[in-house]
Structures are given as structure tokens and as C-alpha cells.
Design a protein around this ligand. Structure first.
Ligand code: BG6
Length: 460
């Protein structure tokens, strides 16, 4: 098990004594009670007693009941007191990992008590979901911009912190071999699957309102899509990269209603264990029509991708946890290798596994030895763990970037709105979810999406 991101960063960078955490929560407790809780958690995560005390004895603090009258002023006073006692320059990250409905009052309150500026830097970190529709995302952006500058704002999508997701830029733009094939002349289709083994866990309160479309497609899956499809940025800075990502979103053709399939899992068996259906999960509304899986087919109307289908798919209670991009290449125009009247050629593919077993496979045909002209598809394989050992946690990367002031891996305001605009028509008129058994790759009806372009899902 990896240590929690903050503790790991503190240890790795030696920032321990310069890095204080002030937690703000509703439960009434003081610094010492909160530290005891933090110590327990860090011990469970395997941190050594020395590391725990270096971290917890002095650098962790707590304020309760900020929502009460004068509560936010108490937060501001405590920040000032910690900074002055420890001779800190006032560099602050305000990290909102709170229920989305309280984003607006908390952002207002932080500004009211002057926490939107400081002697050093002030950065506002906002966890997902950023809005639940185009309209709500727009008004949240307006509110944020009334109180903070965009350069202070870090909208989190933790997929962007994953090493393998970031590597998409390197894979594409450092290797002319792949980039030159990465277009409509050679690519037949692109599939992005983000499958989850897990069910609802204990998150019915949030999830039954959100559903898979808002929880995964609008953000994580779409972020992967933009990195797969974007043009090379002019430079590797945050805005150049984000400009190209936004252009992808603006080039997507309105998605046909028939190209979207929603699913909801019913009970089934995963790894030999019988698991309940979505409607039996605690906290889910009776007869809930919330989707736990989404599949869709879309097209990007630009010079690079015109006519190439992109299949996106996500779901809970799939047979395994798997995030994978499959780029299928066109077959040669003429088939030279036929056996008994059947063409033996398969289309080449690049399979990029973002998690788990992170790596790449280039699949191509070879002649199977000693058979007449039978072809067999074989992989050229690269695995991260074999080359580099374990990968850093996404949150570690993101928190370090927040401290360093690098916004590349964070979603810009126009980007979040472009993603909502693209999907709003589907949210306005969502399809009824089809049932799928837990332990399968989503609703059977979703197979029609790749079929419509002559493909099948890579898995399932
Ligand atoms: C979160 C979603 O953002 O991402 C969860 O809210 C989902 O529903 C999770 O399980 C998946 O993240 P990962 O990193 O495990 O693929």
C-alpha cells in the first residue's frame, strides 16, 4: 500500500516542516483529537512512527464548524497564526474536497474573510464534480471568477495525474513513428474503456444523483479522449496544451441519440462472489433510473479525425478494473494472404493500458511458422512495472503541481464548459438504462455502437 499522497510528498521533498495542513470540518474536535485520528490513519497506511510524528506532532491542525457565525473568520485567524508561529511566507492551497452543493457558499466565505489573497500565493483547488450541467458549471465558473483569478484555480480530474495518462503526450509527440499514423488515413477506430470492478461502495448519496455519465464520462473519459485526439501543442505549457484539448471538444459532432446506451447493473457474480444489483445497494432510491454504465460513439469533425468513430465506455461492476485505449488501424487495401477464400490479415492495433498492468502493446501479423500462409497476430509489449517499478499516485503528482504552480494537469474553465456543452443534450434527454448483470461488460445493447462501424468492443 502506498502512503497517503501528502505524507509521501512531505517525506520525498523534505517539505515536512514547511508544509502545514489545516483541516476544516463539521465534527467538533481540537487539534489533538484530529492528530490522533490522523496518526491512526497514517499508521494503518504503513508510515513509520518517526514519519508519523514528524508529520503530525506540529504540522496538522483542525478547525470545526466553519459554517457557524464567525466560523470562517476563525479559519482565517488560525491560518495567520500558523504562518506567523512557523515563519511561513503565506503560500496557500485552499483545497475544496466537499459536497458540490457547498462549493458556492464556501468559495464566497473564503473570499469574505480575505483568504482569496495572501502575502505569498493562493491557489483554489476544486474537486470534481464541477457542476452537474452546463448551466451549473457556468454559474460556478462565474462565482469562482468573481472571487479568484483563473490562474489561481486548479480544477481536479485525478485521471490527469496518472502517469500513464500524462505519457499519452510523450507517446504521441516524442515518437514520430506513432504520430504519423495517428490520423484518419491509417486509423480505423479508437476505443476508450474505463471499466470498474467496484460497485457503489458507500456512495449512494452522491452517485444516485450523479450517475456514470456525470461521474466518469464528462470528466475522466473525456480527458483521456482529448489527449488521444488533440493536435500537437505549440509548446508544452499549460495553456498551449489546454487550448488543443478544448479544440477537440469543440470539434465533436453532436452525438446522435442512437449512439448512446445507458446501463444499470443487476446482481451477478464477480470473481466467484455474488454481488447485489444497483437497486439493492443501500441508499439507492427505489426504482432509481440512474445509469451505472454508459457507452457512446462519437465523431470528431476535423482534418485529422473526420469519419473515424470513437467508442467510449465506462461502467461499474464490470468483470475487471481496466482502463484501456485501443487504436485500430486500417487493413491493407488489397488482401494478399487468403486461405480457403478467407483473408488472413487482421488489422494492426495499439492497445494502451492505463491501469492496471500499465503498458502498451503493438499488435501486428506474422506468418505462423510451417503453416501455408496462416497469419497470426502477435504483440510487441512494454510494461511500466518491468521498466520502472511502481508508479506514483495520481494525487501525489497533482498536489506537487499545485504547490509548484503548474496548471497543465488541471481543467481550465472553458474546457469544463466545452465538455458539459457537448454532453448537455444527452443529459437533457437521457436514454433509459438497460439492465446488465454484474460481472459483464455492460448492457448487451452497447455492442451495436462498434457494430455500426464494423467493429466489436476489444473486451467483452
Ligand atoms: C472517481 C469516481 O472520480 O473515479 C468514482 O467518482 C470512480 O466513481 C473513480 O470509482 C475511479 O478512479 P480510478 O482512479 O480508481 O480509476
Amino acid at each position: 500500500q502506498r502512503p497517503p499522497a501528502l505524507a509521501d510528498i512531505a517525506e520525498k521533498t523534505g517539505w515536512q516542516d514547511k508544509f502545514h495542513v489545516l483541516a476544516v470540518g463539521r465534527s467538533a474536535q481540537d487539534d489533538e483529537e484530529y492528530r490522533a485520528w490522523a496518526r491512526e490513519g497514517l499508521a494503518l497506511a504503513g508510515l513509520s512512527p518517526e514519519a508519523i510524528s514528524a508529520w503530525c506532532d506540529t504540522s496538522v491542525h483542525y478547525v470545526s464548524n466553519a459554517e457557524e457565525a464567525g466560523g470562517w473568520q476563525a479559519v482565517a485567524d488560525k491560518v495567520a497564526a500558523i504562518e506567523s508561529a512557523n515563519d511561513l511566507p503565506g503560500n496557500r492551497a485552499l483545497y475544496l474536497a466537499i459536497p458540490p452543493r457547498v462549493f458556492p457558499p464556501v468559495i464566497e466565505a473564503l473570499a469574505e474573510v480575505g483568504l482569496n489573497r495572501s502575502p505569498g500565493f493562493t491557489r483554489l483547488v476544486i474537486e470534481k464534480p464541477f457542476g452537474k450541467s452546463l448551466e451549473t458549471a457556468r454559474s460556478l465558473n462565474e462565482l469562482v471568477h468573481a472571487r479568484f483569478e483563473e490562474h489561481q484555480v486548479y480544477r481536479i480530474d485525478h485521471y490527469l495525474g496518472k502517469e500513464t495518462v500524462q505519457n499519452l503526450l510523450v507517446f504521441r509527440f516524442a515518437n514520430a513513428l506513432f504520430e504519423n499514423s495517428w490520423n484518419r488515413s491509417l486509423v480505423r477506430s479508437v476505443e476508450i474503456t474505463v471499466g470498474e470492478h467496484l460497485g457503489l461502495e458507500t456512495r449512494a448519496g452522491y452517485y444516485d444523483q450523479a450517475g456514470a455519465f456525470r461521474d466518469m464520462i464528462q470528466n475522466h473519459v473525456t480527458q483521456v479522449l482529448t489527449l488521444v485526439a488533440m493536435e500537437p501543442p505549440v509548446k508544452l505549457d499549460a495553456d498551449s496544451i489546454r487550448d488543443e484539448k478544448v479544440k477537440v471538444l469543440r470539434s465533436v459532432v453532436p452525438i446522435a441519440a442512437n449512439d448512446v446506451v445507458f446501463g444499470q447493473y443487476v446482481g451477478g457474480v464477480i470473481d466467484g462472489e455474488t454481488v447485489p444489483g444497483y437497486l439493492e445497494e443501500p441508499g439507492v432510491a427505489e426504482n432509481s433510473a440512474t445509469e451505472t454504465a454508459v457507452s457512446l460513439r462519437l465523431f470528431i469533425d476535423n482534418w485529422r479525425w473526420q469519419g473515424v468513430p470513437f467508442y467510449l465506455r465506462t461502467g461499474k461492476r464490470f468483470p475487471e478494473r481496466l482502463t484501456q485505449i485501443v487504436v485500430r488501424f486500417r487493413e491493407p487495401p488489397v488482401c494478399l494472404f487468403e486461405v480457403d477464400g478467407t483473408c488472413e490479415v487482421h488489422s494492426d492495433a495499439i492497445v494502451i493500458t492505463l491501469q492496471p498492468n500499465e503498458g502498451f502493446e503493438l499488435l501486428f501479423d506474422v506468418k505462423a511458422p510451417e503453416e501455408d500462409m496462416r497469419l497470426q497476430t502477435v504483440p510487441l509489449d512494454f510494461r511500466y512495472d518491468a521498466a520502472f517499478g511502481s508508479l506514483p499516485d495520481a494525487y501525489e503528482t497533482l498536489i506537487e503541481d499545485i504547490v509548484l504552480g503548474d496548471q497543465t494537469l488541471f481543467v481550465r474553465s472553458d474546457e469544463v464548459e466545452a465538455a458539459w456543452s457537448l454532453y448537455q443534450p444527452i443529459l437533457d434527454d437521457p436514454p433509459m438504462p438497460e439492465r446488465y448483470a454484474a460481472g459483464t461488460w455492460g448492457p448487451p445493447g452497447s455492442t451495436r455502437l462498434p457494430h455500426a462501424s464494423g467493429d466489436t468492443w476489444w473486451q467483452g
